[in-house]
Design a protein around this ligand. Sequence first.
Ligand code: URA
Length: 275
Amino acid sequence: MALTKTQLARQIRGNLELLATGGVNELPVKLPPPPPAPSRGKPARAQAPTARPAVTTQPAAQVGRKPVIVASAALDELKQFEGPQARELEPVAEQVRVCGNCTLCETRTQTVFGTGDPRSPLMIVGEAPGGDEDARGIPFVGRAGKLLTDIIEKGMKYKREHVYICNVLKCRPPNNRNPEPAEIEACRGYLQRQIEIINPKVILAVGLFPAQWLTGRKLAIGKLRGQVYDAEGRKVIATYHPAYVLRNYTVDVRKKVHEDVLLAVEILGPGPLIK
Ligand code: URA
């Protein structure tokens, strides 16, 4: 489907913003070919510059990083979806596929951009891919992912494939350590674009890092959960990370998660998310 002028303009703006997050502040401009070289014997004319300096400032190359660049499961999945959201997400997923913004690009098996229906009114944001996600290129496919699926399907009564799911970080931190602040910043533009393009009604942040990212508050997850925040017209709800729930499988923790996700259902309404 051809993009409208407005969609195209949004896509170009988004791509430029993404390049800027990667440190690219200039783009080469194609100028007309230079005038022919002066023939011998004639005085040399001042030569017009052939082009402004080309951008060679790929951060990865600049600092000697060697990003692992392989196919993207997300790009394949996006092709199955119709609508402007999928088309606008494709170039962002491509940027992520080749990203070298931080050192995680060297240790990843592949990037983990996001999964699910990009037309969804519900977006779930986790922290970072773990081992299973790094191996498959899809968020929340390990043990924590199984619990997240149960929360969506049994707790909220939605279908997982109707929800859009992604993470703050698109690459796995080695040994599943916590994301570093610099890594979160290096990845910020990608999640920002995903939110702008999908424009969900509700964002459910699972875990401390997405909760702080989305609410802009540096508080403990126990303080951030249990309420609805307004973020540029979208509703943000924070809850415990499924991996935390698995480690603390108490009635109290599970009840709190249930209460949090029901806040989202209250806003979205019951029934299929994608009709
Ligand atoms: N934990 C997360 O936060 N994200 C995943 O994708 C998997 C586990």
